[in-house]
Each structure stands twice: as C-alpha cells, then as structure tokens.
Design a protein around this ligand. Structure first.
Ligand SMILES: [Zn+2]
Length: 260
C-alpha cells in the first residue's frame, strides 16, 4: 500500500516537474542554453544567444544546446587565463558556438567581427585568445610600428609592395625564407600583420613560460612580445603583473638573464 503511494508520487513528479522548471512557451523552443552560462557571460560583458546570428558572410549551423554547453565549459576555462577587465575591454558582445563554421570557402576554428566571436564545435583553446585579440585589436588595423619589427625585406602578402625599387627586389621572396620562420609563432602568422599579432598573443597566453624558448631564438619575436605586453598590460586590461606571472618572468630571472 505505502509502496504504491510512493510510486504514484514519483510518477506525478515526473509529469509535473518540467512544467515547474520551464513555462510551456519556453519548452516549445527545444534547445536553450542553460542560464548559468548566460550569467557567467554577463560578468564578462557579452551574451550567448540561443540562436546563432550569422552576418558578414559568416555561415554555420546551430549546434544542440548540450553540445554548446560542453564547449562553453572549455571556453570559460580558457577565459580564466585572461582577466575579466581585459575581456570586457575587447568589446566582444556576442559569443557564438556553432557547427560547420565557414567563411569565404574556408572552414576556420574561429572568427571575429568588430563585436562578435564565432567558435566552431571542437575549437582549440588558443583560438579563444586569438579571436579575443582580434576584437581588442579592432580586427584589421594596420600598425607601421608592428611591421617595422619584422626583418628587413619581409612583408606580409596583404601589405602593398614598397615603392622603392631596392626594397621591391628584396621583398620578392617575402614570406618564403626559412630563416624568417623563427620570427613568427606559426606559418599562419605570416599571412597578415593582424594575424601575426593575434597568433603571437594567443601563443604567449597558451604556452606561458615555454614561449620564452621561442624568444631566445629570435630578437624579432622578443620585440613582438614586448609590443603585445605594452598593448595589454595596463591595469584596466590584463594588469601589470599578468605577463610576468604568465610567462614565468620573475624579477630575478629578468635581471640576471643577459639580453641578446
Ligand atoms: Zn585570425
């Protein structure tokens, strides 16, 4: 007797629980992202729409909410390697995780517009840093100061050829020289100055102390690292101590290491 009452209550419970959890109108829209993720997003100054919005010729497919939530766990874990103030100051106001992300015949891991970040399901952790830096960096701004850090004769494919005839012959093999490789964190970094900056930043965050091994091989890369540090270490961004902690640069180590 008492057993059947328990069963009945359990059955009623199953029937009624979903109605208490969500109003019927919300249930009709099948896949909604849990509110906990949305609250966390608010802390960082952006939103996570239930339905991805695609613009600027960006294409993709909506992923099931549980898949998106798994990816958001990884995404927010990556954000913990930055700071709330930096993320807020980048100006990102929408983060979209989707499947089959595509743009102009490419299938990238991530994309950035002036105010949004797109990540494909299965994105690499360092793509998060790369895309945030793009938005922080105003996506595609040109900076002579950055370009001047590269070895003489190097130019990015997007960069217009130098007017001087001398420079022109020098740059004929731009990007092809193997001894220039060490000045770039990846081959992709050589494709445009904004990609170079985003790649350098993402590797600095991702590799931490290991990044310093690269810098030991290249003064060009050291100068790029210093540029990134200068751009991002204000108190209102990553903060003054961020990079010394992230890259393992204790005061003692920087003082005793001779500069090459
Ligand atoms: Zn990029």
């Amino acid at each position: 007797m008492s057993r059947s009452i328990v069963k009945l209550l359990f059955f009623v419970g199953l029937l009624t629980a979903p109605h208490f959890a969500e109003p019927p109108a919300a249930r009709a829209e099948s896949a909604r992202i849990d509110r906990a993720y949305k609250r966390l997003a608010v802390k960082y100054g952006f939103s996570i729409p239930d339905r991805p919005v695609f613009k600027n010729n960006i294409r993709g497919d909506r992923a099931p909410a549980d898949k998106v939530e798994d990816e958001l766990d990884r995404f927010f874990a990556a954000l913990e390697n930055l700071t709330v103030s930096f993320v807020r100051r980048t100006g990102v106001n929408k983060v979209i995780v989707c499947e089959n992300l595509a743009h102009g015949g490419m299938k990238p891991d991530g994309l950035a517009t002036e105010d949004s970040i797109y990540l494909k399901v299965g994105f690499q952790e360092r793509t998060v840093y790369h895309e945030f830096y793009h938005v922080f960096d105003d996506v595609r701004h040109e900076d002579k100061k950055w370009r001047a850090l590269n070895p003489p004769g190097f130019r990015y494919p997007q960069e217009p050829p130098e007017k001087s005839a001398h420079r022109k012959t020098e740059t004929a093999a731009a990007g092809a020289r193997d001894d220039w490789r060490k000045h770039f964190v990846t081959d992709y970094a050589r494709t445009a100055e904004w990609e170079d900056r985003a790649e350098t930043f993402s590797m600095m965050v991702h590799e931490g102390p290991k990044f310093m091994k690269r810098v030991e091989q290249s003064d060009v890369l050291r100068a790029k690292m210093e540029y990134i540090i200068e751009q991002t270490s204000r108190a209102s961004l990553l903060g003054r101590d961020y990079w010394s902690e992230r890259l393992g640069l204790t005061r003692q180590a920087t003082d005793s290491t001779p500069r090459r």
